[in-house]
Design a protein around this ligand. Structure first.
Ligand code: DX5
Ligand code: ZN
Length: 269
């Protein structure tokens, strides 16, 4: 069943390139290795920054989003909470539809809700481009992932800090991305849980061993202090709320994070 609550086909909002943050930010180009250096360096991953609007000033949301976009954001992360799966209430489909009108960036909707199958068509109609669901709440995870794909969206699965990556063994081949929570979901501004680094690295190894190509996303406590470690552990899509919106200009904070993240992708071989 496809909801007609909120109009607008999400497909028209996909960007030309998922790597726009790498090619359009002059600051990133400044720190790229020269052609001669590239023979001794290898790029481990292309980084996409996904600012979480949870930490934004909602009274000036359009301006905040445009500033983060100018700083190199590749997508926007929208945290949907229902007060049941997590102890907080945040945004719903009407806000997603409003954000859809002020940016062409892909909208990455992180559903921290019970009964996600009911809401997936509604968020698709609101303008979501990526939807992720928690492994912990989906009794029929394969069916839920297929439902997201049925709506033409990228489908992701999320793991809480206490859920082992091995629980995803039989779904990895079906997903477009895996989101590793590096805080307990529900709130922004929490302390990064360092065990997440082990999980990111394990997931990257599983992906390599099986020849899969899903993206690896990390969410929670990503900042200038932790970004190098998460990138070196294998994260490619970096969700950052407080680090982008919690301290001055979102544009400048996004640029700083992307600089640090991109530097971390280069390792001497
Ligand atoms: C937490 C949310 C996060 C949150 C991250 O449940 O999923 O996306 O916004 O906020 P920071 O970056 O401040 O930890
Ligand atoms: Zn999130």
């Amino acid at each position: 069943m496809r909801s007609t609550m909120i109009g607008g086909p999400p497909e028209q909002h996909f960007p030309a390139s998922p790597f726009r943050s790498m090619v359009e930010s002059p600051e990133i180009q400044l720190i790229a290795p020269t052609v001669s250096e590239r023979s001794s360096w290898r790029t481990l991953a292309l980084i996409e920054l996904a600012p979480s609007i949870l930490a934004a000033d909602f009274a000036h949301l359009a301006d905040q989003i445009q500033s983060a976009e100018a700083g190199g954001a590749a997508l926007l992360h929208l945290d949907v909470m229902d007060g049941h799966f997590v102890p907080n209430l945040t945004i719903g489909p009407p806000l997603v539809a409003s954000v859809r009108k002020v940016t062409k960036l892909p909208l990455d909707c992180h559903l921290m809700i019970e009964n996600p199958d009911f809401f997936i068509p509604i968020f698709a109609d609101a303008g979501a481009n990526w939807i992720s669901v928690h492994q912990e709440i989906c009794l029929h995870l394969h069916r839920t992932i297929e439902l997201i794909k049925h709506h033409g969206l990228l489908a992701g699965v999320v793991l809480n800090p206490a859920t082992p990556v091995e629980t995803l063994t039989d779904i990895l081949a079906c997903v477009d991305y895996v989101l590793i929570m590096s805080v307990n979901p529900g709130f922004g501004g929490q302390k990064f849980i360092r065990h997440s680094l082990t999980k990111l690295a394990k997931l990257a190894t599983m992906r390599a061993q099986r020849g899969l190509n899903f993206r690896i996303e990390v969410d929670g406590g990503v900042s200038l202090e932790t970004v190098t470690d998460v990138v070196r552990a294998g994260a490619q899509v970096l969700v950052a709320g407080s680090a982008v919106f919690g301290n001055g200009s979102p544009k400048e904070q996004a640029q700083l994070l992307l600089k640090a993240a991109t530097q971390a992708t280069w390792q001497q071989v």
